[in-house]
Write a protein of this length. Structure first.
Length: 252
């Protein structure tokens, strides 16, 4: 496969060669997309590699810390090559978030994963204020900080607030109303509080996620996961719902 990618890159125009990693990602060929992104040699290629690594991680039966650290390194490389590219910062924040779930709250705070994630999302939004992925990631950051430490500690330690998180997600939905992954992620974040507190919001988000048309292999995967969550909610199977939420959030 690597030889095929190299041949395509050599015989294509530079613009077409840069489309190859994205096409591989969209088709769900994450290992090949990662390799093609690295071969591209620029910030966009490194960011695409990080995105492919993260997508592959979501498909694993059990979380892989080494895989996430690889995605983190790819995102940091993208940032080093082009600090103004939002995607590098977004994928770095995502990788740190997933790593924190494996390594635990104490180590995550010791290494300041929350602070690093917030700083990178702020940079991404400074360069692209309507970036739906950055807005949703910031929304998740706010809500999860409050969930783990409480409203007062979250505000005092990191400046996080539940209302800010809900507002960030609303902005993300307005920026990309047909993006089903954003709805699925919103339901997952709220699901961390339990199946009762935000049942109405989760039902609405998941219903929208399963009704929208998937455009990539990852979106099809996310839609299938959304269907599972929605079915558990409709059946009032709160223990199953909580188990699925933890699985989808990447907890070991």
């Amino acid at each position: 496969m690597r030889r095929v990618l190299l041949a395509l890159a050599l015989w294509s125009t530079p613009a077409l060669a840069q489309e190859i990693p994205a096409a591989l990602y969209a088709a769900g060929h994450y290992a090949q997309a990662e390799a093609a992104g690295e071969a591209q040699g620029d910030a966009k290629g490194a960011a695409l590699s990080a995105r492919a690594s993260l997508a592959a991680e979501m498909l694993r039966a059990t979380p892989c810390l080494d895989c996430l650290q690889k995605a983190e390194a790819q995102a940091r490389r993208a940032i080093a090559l082009d600090p103004a590219l939002p995607e590098g910062h977004i994928y770095l924040a995502a990788a740190l978030g997933y790593e924190a779930r494996i390594e635990g709250l104490v180590r995550a705070r010791l290494l300041d994963y929350p602070g690093q994630a917030k700083a990178n999302l702020d940079v991404a939004l400074a360069h692209d204020p309507k970036n739906c992925w950055a807005l949703a990631a910031l929304g998740a950051w706010n809500i999860e900080i409050v969930h783990s430490g409480g409203e007062t500690l979250g505000r005092w330690s990191y400046g996080a607030a539940l209302t800010d998180g809900m507002a960030d997600f609303a902005k993300a939905f307005a920026s990309a109303p047909e993006n089903l992954v954003l709805r699925y992620q919103f339901a997952l974040v709220l699901g961390g509080f339990g199946a009762e507190r935000y049942r109405k919001e989760m039902l609405d988000a998941l219903a929208r996620a399963v009704s929208l048309k998937p455009l990539t292999a990852y979106e099809s995967f996310a839609q299938d996961r959304a269907r599972e969550l929605l079915a558990a909610l409709h059946a009032n199977k709160d223990k199953l719902f909580a188990k699925l939420v933890r699985r989808d959030q990447g907890y070991p």
